[in-house]
Design a protein around this ligand. Structure first.
Ligand code: GTP
Ligand code: MG
Length: 476
């Protein structure tokens, strides 16, 4: 490799890149949910009635910390700058049966494709799709006040319960771009130029290496097929040993079903040609197979010979084309500058994306489903339906999200806990629900279904759909 290879510069977080390069796609985030408010111990006082009953209210629940995919958030940079986030706590209960206000949930926007992991690398959630939410830290329950603690034996308890602390933990957020097609190649091969030419995206393009530091995304439509294309920073020989920007960023192409080699035919340094560039990139992709979660080497790929608007480049492209074809690769001679050959290329990519989509297994029935949106007690209503069925629905639509990294049991546990906090159980009883009644929670269009098993003494998990219940999404 010639000497002009950019030398790795000391950089933080294991990314070695050109000086000044900031490549933030992995952050450690410290989150703290709100503490529950304490319950209140108070005795009702009125003139001439010295023995009023207990009237201490309950503490409010602490706010959750929630991650939410926001299409307008492109990077994790905010969390790099402010890596510690905290939701507000619940307020204390007060006399006269006043319950403390709940804390406010802290909703943190993250880019599409954010993977949430523990510090040990265990995946907690993979957040794909606008609006997808994940509660990373749950707020503590409020403590009961003495009014709620009174019973037949102890009519006026002189104590109240403390609020529970909110969960506090470190999580690792890692961005894994979501795109159908990934462009790979040497620096300055024209990857970003191609995205700009194929889509409405406006990535930075320049004639120095490592212009692109974080993936650019473009949406391409070819015929019936709409798909996304991402580029990544340039790869160079020895990237697997940390040269250039290293290899870690290849994580961003792990989700791509199709890889496209963008090969420069015009501005090559001595010792390089499209074939040797191709070999170098292939070797680096193979080296990544042992580092990444998903091997890249077996993915279907195309070869793009770029910059054929330059006369010498066209000659070189014609010369090397048969070599690629002999290896069974489809080759496209294009110019990102004049758009020559791009239509054909975009249709070929569409065909590969469509073939991949068609081969995908039909989405398995919703194994897991989480999360009613309403917060606070009064945000929903219980509606009796014909045939002894009930629909629990909110003013705001109650949304359910698929979280394939959770087991059904975890989802049931989570759901039960959540519903108990909302007081759904009491409201179902008030509405006259009988044990075994079918309950839909959600909206008319989409809801989660389970058989109601009131068994209050056994705790919320048993009360609302047993563990082992198969949660499913249905229209109702
Ligand atoms: N003549 C000609 N120049 C091109 C063409 N495509 C790209 N270029 C030029 O090549 C240079 C590099 O283009 P980029 O699109 O930034 O290359 P890149 O592969 O994204 O580079 P990195 O982000 O650094 O990895 C720019 O000066 C472009 O104008 C082409 O088809 N013809
Ligand atoms: Mg670029």
């Amino acid at each position: 490799m010639p000497d002009e290879t950019p030398q790795p510069a000391p950089a933080r977080r294991g990314h070695s890149g050109p000086p000044g390069a900031q490549f933030i796609d992995r952050v450690v985030l410290h989150v703290q949910a709100g503490n529950g408010g304490h319950g209140c111990a108070s005795v009702h006082r009125e003139k001439f009635k010295p023995l009023g009953g207990p009237d201490g209210g309950n503490g409010g629940r602490g706010g959750d910390v929630i991650l939410e995919v926001d299409p307008n958030t492109a990077s994790l940079l905010d969390y790099h700058h402010r890596p510690s986030r905290k939701a507000t706590g619940g307020k204390q209960g007060q006399g006269s049966n006043k319950n403390g206000a709940n804390g406010v949930d802290l909703v943190l926007p993250v880019p599409n494709g954010t993977v949430v992991k523990t510090r040990d690398g265990e995946v907690l959630a993979d957040l794909v799709g606008a609006g997808t939410r994940f509660v990373i830290a749950r707020g503590g329950h409020g403590g009961l006040g003495n009014a709620a603690l009174a019973n037949a034996k102890r009519k006026a308890p002189g104590f109240a319960l403390l609020g529970e602390p909110g969960e506090e933990l470190d999580v690792v957020l890692e961005l894994k771009t979501v795109a159908d097609v990934a462009l790979v190649g040497f620096p300055s091969a024209g990857k970003s130029s191609l995205i700009a030419a194929l889509s409405a995206a406006k990535p930075k393009i320049a004639d120095y290496p490592f212009t692109t530091l974080t993936p650019n995304l473009g949406v391409v439509s070819a015929g019936e097929v709409v798909y996304t294309v991402a580029d990544v920073p340039g790869l160079i020989e020895g990237a697997s040993e940390g040269k250039g920007l290293g290899l870690q960023f290849l994580r961003h192409i792990e989700r791509a079903s199709t890889l496209v080699h963008v090969l420069d035919c015009a501005t090559l340094e001595p010792g390089r040609d499209p074939l040797s560039d191709f070999e170098v990139i292939e070797a680096e992709l193979t080296a990544y197979d042992t580092l990444g979660d998903e091997p890249l080497s077996g993915r279907p790929r195309l070869v793009v010979l770029n910059k054929v608007d330059v006369p010498d480049a066209r000659d070189l492209a014609e010369l090397v084309r048969p070599e690629f074809e002999q290896r069974g690769l489809k080759v496209f001679e294009v110019s990102a500058a004049t758009h020559e050959g791009l239509r054909e290329l975009s249709f070929a990519m569409a065909e590969m994306v469509a073939a991949h989509r068609a081969a995908l297994p039909v989405e398995e029935p919703t194994r897991l489903v989480i999360r009613p949106a309403p917060v606070g007690g009064a945000d929903f209503e219980v509606r009796a339906l014909p045939d002894g069925e009930y629909l629990v629905t909110g003013e705001k639509p109650i949304r359910w999200l698929r979280q394939t990294d959770f087991s059904n049991d975890e989802a049931v546990g989570y759901l039960a806990d959540r519903l108990a906090r909302l007081g759904v159980e009491e409201r179902l009883a008030e509405a006259g629900a009988e044990p075994g009644a079918t309950v839909y929670i959600g909206s008319e269009d989409e809801s989660i279904v389970f058989d109601w098993e009131p068994e209050v003494s056994a705790g919320p998990e048993q009360a609302l759909g047993r563990r082992g219940t198969d949660l499913r999404l249905e229209g109702r």
